[in-house]
Design a protein around this ligand. Structure first.
Ligand code: HOZ
Length: 429
């Protein structure tokens, strides 16, 4: 497979962009080799600048649940763009997208749009602190909530991929009030609350962790977290940037039947455009300026083109059978990947919730950051490249998710499984 043009573009980009990329994991640092530069995409396929086509399981890290360049989303974007790109003034589409989200997610009564998941979580924490008058925040090791200072403590995604637990530039003071606990461990969280319960403003959690690879919550865990936060007067924030409208139309909170106080969204609600949102009960959201005193603002927030993409995407996700189709496709892929590993005596764990999954190269269950880290990174890197050679594009890090979309056909899945059989055989040698 010729990737000369990608290699040349990478060299050129490295001269003008740190590491040649605008988000670290894209640089292929964890798997080696040169990142593939994408020229265009359609449905389940992405095509690189050398003309190689791949079945894509990154899906822009989650937003492309309908597949790439869905005609109805593209049409909505083009219409909105032709009417003006940005006004810095309110528009009807903002109310429309907020209404769709409120109708979908039971705990959400009001929504504030921002431009990224990072902004959403950062603003939700500020709101939780403003609302409770407390400062401390609990997060979980291996969970990633974007790159704001206070949430970079023991973070997942690129932070683990590149082994940067203490990012220079984050003042100690900024993380002084951030407490961390292991995921899926209620006893540890209980201890934190025993020690500092009256100072904890919020617990922020990915209800299905997706940034230490996919790690589902164990039965009763999220209920336990909800109960503890309530008992101690702390807010529960669900970071549904990945899971929102992905694992269920109403997010992970609908799947597991838990009502957090605040929720953060991104990815799918922007249909591929840069959008984030924080949302929750009206009483809490009433503290956000200008209704309340907690300040947060943005020139491009609620951007009309981004809102149009989000509205079109959510409307398409309301069609009957959509999540059933995602489940069927994802389950078949998971089964096929596991079989391919088994046939070659390669121990793997496949963690999956709906259309997000991770194949870990380990014989031990992966239930938290420590067990995720024990998976074999070198083997993942080999597998990644064997798949890439065969036209399958997976996340270039073992600490990310594989996303299936509605555009992946049964044939795409079988092609992927056939490639996985060959790839596993190649790395077993
Ligand atoms: N940290 C992101 C995934 N969890 C990667 C974002 C990107 O490189 O686009």
């Amino acid at each position: 497979m010729n990737q000369d043009k990608s290699a040349a573009l990478f060299a050129r980009s490295k001269n003008v962009i740190p590491g040649g990329v605008n988000s670290p994991v894209r640089a292929f640092g964890a798997v080696g080799g040169t990142p593939v530069f994408i020229a265009r995409a359609s449905g389940p396929h992405i095509v690189d600048v050398d003309g190689n086509s791949y079945i894509d399981y990154v899906g822009s890290w989650g937003p492309m649940i309908l597949g790439h360049a869905h005609p109805q989303v593209t049409e909505a974007v083009q219409k909105a763009a032709s009417e003006g790109l940005s006004f810095g003034a309110p528009t009807k589409r903002e109310a429309e997208l907020a209404e769709l989200m409120i109708a979908a997610v039971p705990s959400v009564q009001k929504v504030r749009f921002v431009n990224s998941g990072t902004e959403a979580t950062m603003s939700a924490i500020r709101l939780a602190r403003g609302f409770t008058g407390r400062e401390k925040v609990v997060k979980f090791a291996g969970c990633y909530h974007g790159h704001s200072d206070l949430l970079l403590s023991q973070a997942g995604s690129g932070v683990i991929t590149f082994g940067l637990p203490d990012t220079p530039g984050v003042p100690k003071e900024a993380v002084r009030a951030t407490l961390t606990a292991p995921y899926n461990d209620l006893t540890a969280l209980e201890h934190l609350f025993d020690e500092s319960g009256s100072e904890i403003a919020a617990v922020i959690i990915e209800p299905v962790a997706g940034n230490m690879g996919v790690v589902p919550p164990e039965p009763g865990y999220l209920q336990g977290v909800r109960e503890l936060t309530r008992r101690h007067g702390a807010l529960l924030i669900f970071d549904e940037v990945m899971t929102g409208f992905r694992v269920h139309y109403g997010g992970a909170q609908s799947l597991y039947d838990i009502e957090p106080d605040l929720s953060c969204f991104g990815k799918i609600i922007g249909g591929g455009m840069p959008v984030g949102a924080y949302a929750g009960q009206a009483e809490i959201m009433a503290h956000v300026a200008p209704e309340g005193p907690v300040y947060q603002a943005g020139t491009l927030s609620g951007n009309p083109v981004a809102m149009a993409a989000g509205i079109a995407t959510l409307r398409l996700l309301q069609q009957p059978g959509v999540y059933e189709q995602l489940e069927t496709t994802s389950a078949r892929l998971a089964e096929g990947l596991q079989q391919a590993a088994q046939e070659n005596d390669i121990p793997v764990q496949l963690n999956r919730v709906g259309s997000m999954s991770t194949l870990f190269f380990t014989d031990q269950p992966v239930r938290d950051f420590a067990s995720s880290e024990r998976s074999d990174g070198q083997r993942y890197a080999l597998f990644f490249h064997e798949m890439l050679k065969r036209g399958i594009y997976l996340a270039p890090s073992r600490f990310e998710a594989l996303f299936t979309s509605l555009a992946h056909s049964g044939q795409d899945i079988e092609t992927t499984i056939a490639a996985a059989r060959q790839a596993m055989a190649a790395i077993a040698r």
